[in-house]
Design a protein around this ligand. Structure first.
Ligand SMILES: Nc1ncnc2c1ncn2[C@@H]1O[C@H](COP(=O)(O)OP(=O)(O)OP(=O)(O)O)[C@@H](O)[C@H]1O
Ligand SMILES: [Mg+2]
Length: 281
C-alpha cells in the first residue's frame, strides 16, 4: 500500500498528463441469477468494440464468475488482493486490447468476505491505475453492504431485472434502499430476458411508476436484452455471446445499450467514485 501523500502526488501527475476520469458504472440487481454478470461481460466487450478502454471489476467477491464467462484464467483475484496483499496492478488481466479484468471469486462466504474487504483501500488503489474510459463493477445480488457501497459510489447504476414478478419485486426493494440512502443516485433499469422491446419497456415502466409514486424518484429505462438461447449456449462454452454469436439478438441488444451509454457520456458532471481526483484537474 502507498501512503496518502504519494497517492495524491501520483493523482496530480496523472491529471497533469491529461489522464481522464473514468465513468464508473455499477451493475446490480435485487434478485440473483437475472443476468448481471453476462450483461457486465458483454457490455464491457461491446464498449471495447466501440474503442473504449474498460476495466471490468468482479466485486461479487465471494462468488464471482466473470472470468469463467470470459473463458480466461487470471492468476490472482480480489481475494488475493484483500487477503494476501497482492498488489492491484498484478491482478489486472488483459482480456483483449481494450478490456482488462479484475477477477472476483474466493472460497469465503459473503459474511466472511465482507469482514475482510476494505472498500476505501480498493478505491484508492483503483485511482492509481487510470487510463480507462469506463470501470464496470459487477456485483452480487441482494441488498448488502458490498452491493450498496458500489452502487452508491458509482456515477450511475444499471439495475438488472427480468420480467419475472419476483425479480421485479426485488428490484423495487433495491431501488427503495438506494434512493433511501442517496436521493440523487442515477439508476438505469435494464430488463434482461425480455421477449421484445414492448415487454422490456412495460416492465421498466412498472418499476418507474412505483418508484415515482412511493419513492418520489424516477429511474431511467436503459433498454432490454432479449431472452436468447445463444446466451445459455455461450455460457456453457465459456465464451461471451457477443464474441461467439456476434449477430445473435442478445449481441445486437447489448451493442444498442453500449451505444446508448456512450451517447450519454459527457452530459453530466461526474460525482461519484473518484471525487478526490477531480480536485487536481
Ligand atoms: N438474455 C438472456 N437470455 C437467455 N438466458 C439468459 C440471458 N441472460 C442470462 N441468462 C441465463 O441466466 C443465467 C444467469 O446469468 P448471470 O450469471 O449473468 O446472472 P447473475 O445475475 O450474474 O447471477 P448472480 O446473481 O448469481 O451473480 C445464465 O447462465 C444464462 O443461463
Ligand atoms: Mg453474477
Amino acid at each position: 500500500m502507498y501512503d496518502q501523500a504519494e497517492n495524491l502526488r501520483l493523482l496530480k501527475s496523472k491529471a497533469e498528463k491529461g489522464f481522464k476520469e473514468p465513468e464508473v458504472i455499477t451493475i446490480t440487481s435485487g434478485k440473483g441469477g437475472v443476468g448481471k454478470s453476462n450483461t457486465s461481460v458483454n457490455l464491457a466487450l461491446a464498449l471495447g468494440e466501440l474503442g473504449k478502454k474498460v476495466l471490468l471489476v468482479d466485486v461479487d467477491i465471494g462468488l464471482g464468475n466473470t472470468d469463467l464467462l470470459l473463458g480466461v484464467y487470471p492468476k490472482y483475484n480480489l481475494f488475493d488482493y484483500f487477503i494476501n496483499n497482492i498488489h492491484l496492478s498484478d491482478l489486472i488481466f488483459p482480456v483483449n486490447e481494450n478490456i482488462d479484468l479484475l477477477a472476483g471469486g474466493s472460497a469465503l462466504s459473503d459474511e466472511e468476505m465482507l469482514e475482510k474487504i476494505n472498500h476505501d483501500t480498493l478505491r484508492t488503489d483503483l485511482q492509481r491505475i487510470m487510463g480507462y474510459d469506463y470501470i464496470l463493477f459487477d456485483t452480487g445480488a441482494g441488498i448488502n453492504k458490498n452491493v450498496t457501497y458500489f452502487a452508491l459510489s458509482a456515477d450511475q447504476v444499471i439495475l438488472v431485472t427480468t420480467p419475472e414478478p419476483t425479480a421485479i419485486t426485488d428490484a423495487y426493494a433495491l431501488l427503495k434502499t438506494l434512493y433511501g440512502k442517496k436521493k440523487n443516485i442515477i439508476i438505469n433499469i435494464l430488463v434482461n430476458r425480455a421477449a421484445n422491446f414492448s415487454e422490456g419497456e412495460y416492465i421498466a415502466n412498472k418499476l418507474i411508476k412505483v418508484a415515482q409514486n412511493f419513492l418520489s424518484s424516477t429511474p431511467n429505462f436503459l433498454g432490454f436484452i432479449t431472452d436468447d438461447k445463444h446466451v445459455q449456449q455461450a455460457v456453457k462454452l465459456q465464451k461471451p455471446y457477443i464474441n461467439l454469436y456476434s449477430q445473435c439478438t442478445a449481441s445486437r441488444d447489448v451493442r444498442r445499450i453500449a451505444n446508448k451509454i456512450l451517447g450519454k457520456q459527457g452530459n453530466k458532471e461526474r460525482k461519484g467514485f473518484f471525487n478526490l481526483f477531480r480536485l487536481f484537474k
